[in-house]
Unconditional design. Structure first.
Length: 370
């Protein structure tokens, strides 16, 4: 493997160690809290993109190394889980470079190929992502050589960074990538891209009822004047989980949630989506409570999904102590802030569901608000 390929491969591998760096060493706790709403959601997004850049080839039979421009058009599917973002996609690549071989004044190389893309990136801050990328080129002249030919399976590895603009409805990304080949003999091809991607969320996050200061924790928020509307059920961790600081569900709670999961599956046409959000009180570190609230939300989600609910209709989100219902620092406030919320969007006639979940709620009574 050429030295340049080794360097890029090593840099790509090093990015996988970023999650091992303590969060406090790369930013303040405030910055960590800003990550929560965005990076601790789980969803799919379809992206379309356009990119352009430079191609260079060195070594081989060239007396003058070829270089030139390139562009690509593509589609991709992005999956986001916690602080990781995973992309898989395909695009059309066109590259035109010129150089020279001994005895010729110039030579042109026109690469036209499909390009597969696979990448995993870690979030640095709220908007930046960085991680390794692997590409496979298949088509005409993907060997970037002086003679035209078909080449299948030309592999590139590299490093990709992404800046994501704060547009929730249609996400927009600015991408940068540099890759080098690991499979072309006697030559070294390098591709550098900068591009723009526009996304269409397949799973949209719901922010209604996620909990803000001033909301009562036991309230079921409904629109009584409408046939369907958003509402929130607040579960009490002391009733749901086996012990303090644990994400293990009590056996009797599993039975209730399994029954609810079956009911939601049977009534899947009467509700649109469900967000399960985990919240903690202000005791302990933000990072510890973030992990705990995520585990608790995932535990509830797993049991509900066992009833047959479609994966695209349910997702989890962790908030640590970033969304307290009571800002006080006493035991009463701590108890109010520890909670798991089931935020339903567009649910018709939720009264049966409320009765099924009532044993797990913060208080024995549910209240309506318009």
């Amino acid at each position: 493997m050429p030295p340049r390929s080794r360097i890029l491969l090593a840099l790509s591998a090093l990015t996988l160690l970023i999650p091992l760096i303590p969060l406090d060493s790369v930013g303040s706790e405030r910055s960590a809290q800003q990550l929560t709403e965005h990076s601790y959601r789980t969803h799919w997004t379809l992206f379309g993109g356009l990119s352009g850049g430079l191609s260079t080839v060195s070594g081989g039979d060239f007396s003058k190394n070829p270089k030139g421009s390139q562009y690509s058009l593509g589609l991709g599917l992005s999956y986001e889980k916690a602080r990781w973002v995973y992309d898989i996609g395909a695009s059309w690549l066109s590259s035109k470079i010129t150089g020279a071989t001994p005895g010729t004044e110039s030579i042109g190389i026109h690469t036209r190929s499909g390009m597969g893309d696979l990448s995993a990136r870690y979030r640095l801050g709220e908007r930046w992502q960085i991680g390794p990328v692997v590409n496979n080129l298949f088509g005409t002249d993907t060997g970037f050589g002086p003679s035209v030919g078909n080449s299948i399976g030309t592999w590139f590895v590299g490093l990709k960074t992404v800046y994501e603009f704060p547009f929730d409805r249609f996400p927009v990304r600015l991408t940068q990538q540099i890759s080098t080949d690991i499979s072309i003999p006697d030559r070294q091809a390098t591709l550098a891209f900068i591009g723009v991607q526009i996304g269409l969320p397949i799973r949209a996050s719901s922010s209604s009822g996620s909990g803000s200061p001033g909301n009562t924790p036991d309230v079921i928020r409904t629109r009584s004047a409408a046939p369907a509307g958003p509402f929130t059920v607040v579960l009490d961790p002391q009733k749901v989980f086996f012990k303090t600081n644990s994400a293990e569900l009590r056996p009797e709670v599993k039975a209730i949630l399994q029954d609810v999961g079956v009911y939601l599956h049977e009534k899947s046409t009467t509700w649109e989506s469900l967000e399960i959000s985990g919240h903690a009180d202000q005791r302990g570190s933000y990072k510890y409570n973030l992990a705990l609230s995520e585990k608790r939300a995932n535990s509830v989600s797993k049991v509900l999904r066992s009833g047959g609910i479609q994966a695209l209709k349910i997702h989890t989100q962790a908030y640590s102590f970033s969304k307290p219902l009571d800002e006080a620092k006493d035991l009463k406030a701590f108890a109010k802030n520890r909670r798991v919320e089931l935020v339903f969007n567009q649910f018709q006639d939720p009264q049966v569901l409320i009765e099924k979940l009532r044993p797990l709620m913060k208080l024995s009574e549910a209240k309506e608000s318009n």
